[in-house]
Write a protein that binds this ligand. Structure first.
Ligand code: PNW
Length: 439
């Protein structure tokens, strides 16, 4: 195989999110989030796990920054816990919360690591949930206010608005397996519209207040395919593509919801009535960067049911298919206007893997990352403007409804001692970063 060299300026990064690693949920004036509430209800999260301690990152910031430097990371994507900064989601700012993220950004800069900040990675202030959460249009305004606070407080060039609106809509509101635990399609798509509105409002605020900085959404995209050719699955595949991908990409890039998907939604949700004049102009505020999160494709049988064609990971929703990342990236190039793309998440879970010597040999993760990066390289060769890649995740962490059993980190966390141990994938990644080429 010819050598697969990446551009010198390619940003090799790792990603995390606040609720999944910080812990310290009741310290220094942090308000309550919907994930604190959701995780406290027995049965919602495996083993009754919560983010109360997580990887204790809030108390181990210096150590974790040094860890990033030791791996040679060029980029770090983190999220800001809204309730740390605005405990009630509106009004008064909690200085201690702001200070934590200032220390983080300063620490990254001192170590030459490029920061990428996510404004919302699912930990909505509980007070806003009590006022209707994302079903309440006002939450988008509150989000724009919070975004303005963060834009002024942190010297960060690159911002992401909403992490995976699709997962909020599907897991949080259609299936009820994530906070806020709603199971109602009608309400789900109302929430969707307000999430996109929040994205657009915050993007406008940034453009007006800080020209030169960049912002975009972080979308999980799932290429959809017929599991077998000539089975008549094409209509189902297109419908699924609407729900998974076009429902998010089209309004942001083209200023219109996909008509077929909107018609389907209209049969089950009052969402179309909630679209006011001017909303789509806000939602389609030009983006400067697109965060792409890729984990898995969806193969459908003739009835439109999902089937697996390839091996799955520890979590069975994750069917391993690196070619899907190439297909996703090239599809963006051919179907949508060109913007710089950053892979803001890609990774794989595995059960605890500590060997007898205390080391962690996660060969399957190395293969997964290598194969997906080869797909990124192929997309670069095809002219897709991919600027960087952030592996999910830097650390083992609170994997939402799966709790601590599913470990996505390239660095192992022993939750009893909070000891960090780079896995073989972290050492492999460090070498890749220094050579710039896939061996
Ligand atoms: C993402 N799916 O969520 C999130 O952004 C992370 O916080 C999370 O830890 C990571 O992926 C791993 O799950 C997803 O069902 C959740 O396809 C579900 C899916 C995809 C991504």
């Amino acid at each position: 195989m010819p050598e697969q060299r990446f551009p010198d300026e390619f940003v090799w990064g790792a990603a995390t999110s606040a609720y999944q690693i910080e812990g310290a949920t009741e310290e220094d004036g942090r308000g309550r989030s919907i994930w604190d509430t959701f995780a406290a209800v027995p049965g919602n999260v495996k083993n009754g796990d919560t983010g109360a301690v997580a990887a204790d990152h809030y108390h181990r910031l210096g150590e974790d920054l040094d860890l990033m430097a030791s791996l040679g990371l060029r980029g770090y994507r983190f999220s800001i816990a809204w309730p740390r900064v605005q405990p009630d989601g509106a009004g008064a700012v909690n200085q201690a919360g702001l200070d934590f993220y200032r220390r983080l950004v300063d620490g990254l800069r001192e170590r030459g690591v490029h920061p990428m900040a996510t404004l919302f990675h699912w930990d909505l202030p509980q007070a806003l949930q009590e006022a209707g959460g994302w079903e309440n249009r006002d939450t988008a305004e509150r989000f724009a206010d919070y975004a303005a606070i963060m834009f002024d407080a942190l010297e960060v060039r690159d911002w992401l608005t909403i992490n995976e609106p699709k997962t909020v809509v599907d897991c949080g509101y259609r299936w009820g397996i994530h906070a806020p635990g709603v199971q109602d399609e009608g309400r789900a798509f109302v929430a969707l519209h307000h999430l996109l509105l929040a994205h657009g409002r915050a993007s406008r605020v940034l453009h007006e207040a800080h020209p030169g900085r960049r912002i975009g959404p972080a979308l999980n995209l799932h290429p959809t395919y017929a599991a077998e050719p000539f089975t008549g699955a094409d209509a189902a595949v297109w419908h699924q593509d609407g729900l998974e991908n076009r429902l998010y990409l089209d309004p942001i890039f083209t200023g219109a919801y996909p008509e077929d998907t909107l018609a389907w939604i209209a049969e089950r949700s009052p969402m179309p009535d909630r679209i006011l004049d001017g909303d789509l102009a806000v939602i389609s505020e030009p983006i400067d960067v697109l965060g792409v999160q890729y984990y898995t494709p969806h193969f459908l049988d003739a009835e439109g049911n999902r089937v697996h064609k390839h091996p799955t990971a520890q979590l069975d929703w994750l069917e391993i298919y690196p070619r899907g990342l190439y297909d996703t990236l090239t599809r963006l190039k051919y179907d949508y206007p060109a913007v710089p793309i950053v892979i803001t998440e890609n990774g794989v879970p595995a059960p605890d893997e500590v060997g007898p010597d205390g080391g962690v040999a996660d060969g399957e993760r190395v293969s997964f990352l290598r194969d997906h990066l080869a797909a990124v390289h192929d997309a670069l060769a095809e002219g897709v403007p991919v600027e960087g890649y952030y592996v999910w995740s830097l650390l083992d962490n609170f994997e939402w409804a799966e709790g601590y059993d599913a470990r996505f980190g390239i660095v192992h966390v022993d939750y009893a001692t909070q000891r960090r141990t780079p896995k073989s994938s972290a050492l492999w990644y460090r070498d890749l970063i220094s050579s710039g080429r896939l061996a």
